[in-house]
Design a binder for this molecule. Structure first.
Ligand code: MRU
Length: 324
């Protein structure tokens, strides 16, 4: 097991995933040896976060080739695991383009995807840090750190880089209902890096902003349309509207693998709807009346017009966005 924080690694023909459903209570590594195992792990969110999903799917294709599985069948199953994060499709498309689909070649490409993602995150951290005011109190949502990527993170990567520059006074981390990626995973990462923070209920964000306690909001992305409209974890739009109301910079951080310029605007982004039990149950315990009807979208779309800047590994983009 590696000592630094990471979501996954591929060794000796096996994909090891830190099961994020069990964090922080238990650190359990799953050893996956078929592409079907990877499909299941992505769907059930043992691995999650747009870039990490892309990397896991790439290694899923390595497993498929190793096992002599049909390329297209394995590819289509992986592509069907989660709909919103475009990094999944970006990684699979990259592998589709390989003329040599031997284990060695697919493994080399999957490793390249993983290593490039790590490098992109460090660049995002450097560009994004320049937007963070001195002595900043920063609000973020979901988990966008090492667990959601190949390392360092996107929005959390900016916080990490700004923290090493001594610019971060405090972080407020939204709980991120209903899967609580903020409470379980971002808290885990912030503690690991000894960055001072409080976890908050999502509904506490407005009162913190109204009290003048937030200087900067930063979030990740699952898919960014050509005009800058950005799909990210449900609740992100709420933060963007609030930040605009209180005149606080609202920044999105993502690698270029999260851009989808084939979509003119966010209305075309497929939004995942997840199982009702994510709301009606706390772990195994049913907390809603039996038969409660539930609407449970995993993501929302923030209009580009509400986003102060979109930071990628290539630099800082501002309105009007026109990604190509
Ligand atoms: O449902 P999840 O946990 O996969 O959603 C994750 C997010 O929305 C993240 O903000 C996004 O994927 C960026 S991760 C660097």
């Amino acid at each position: 097991m590696p000592s630094q924080l990471r979501a996954l690694y591929f060794e000796d023909g096996v994909l090891s995933l830190l099961d994020q459903r069990l964090l922080p209570a238990q650190e359990v590594w799953l050893g996956l040896s078929t592409s079907d195992h990877v499909v299941e792990a992505i769907r059930e969110m043992a691995v999650r976060g747009a870039p990490a999903i892309g990397v896991a799917a790439a290694y899923g294709m390595v497993l498929a080739v190793q096992n002599g599985e049909d390329w297209k069948v394995a590819r289509d199953k992986l592509a069907g695991s989660r709909p919103t994060a475009v990094n999944l499709f970006w990684a699979l498309d990259r592998l589709d383009k390989l003329t040599d689909k031997s284990v060695e070649s697919v493994l080399a490409e999957a490793k390249a995807i993983e290593q490039e993602d790590l490098a992109m995150n460090h660049k995002i951290g450097e560009f994004g840090e320049s937007l963070v005011p001195e002595n900043a109190t920063i609000l973020t949502i979901c988990n966008t750190g090492s667990l959601a990527t190949s390392g360092h993170g996107t929005a959390l990567g900016i916080i990490r880089t700004a923290h090493t520059q001594g610019k971060v006074k405090h972080v407020y981390s939204c709980e991120t209902r209903p899967r609580q990626q903020g409470l379980r995973l971002t808290a885990y990462e912030l503690m690991h890096d000894q960055i001072p923070f409080h976890s908050i209920a999502d509904s506490a964000a407005a009162s913190l902003m109204a009290a003048g306690k937030i200087d900067f909001v930063v979030a990740g992305a699952d898919r960014i349309a050509a005009n800058g409209d950005t799909a990210n974890k449900i609740g992100t739009l709420m933060l963007a509207v609030l930040a605009n109301h209180y005149n606080i910079p609202f920044v999105i951080a993502a690698p270029s693998s999260t851009l989808d310029p084939s979509l003119p605007d966010g209305s075309h982004i497929p939004i995942e709807e997840r199982h009702s039990s994510e709301l009606t149950h706390a772990e195994e315990l049913q907390i809603a009346p039996e038969g409660t009807p539930v609407f449970n979208p995993g993501f929302d779309v923030t209009p580009g017009t509400l986003i102060t800047a979109i930071v990628t590994e290539n630099g800082i983009n501002r309105q009007p966005y026109g990604f190509k």
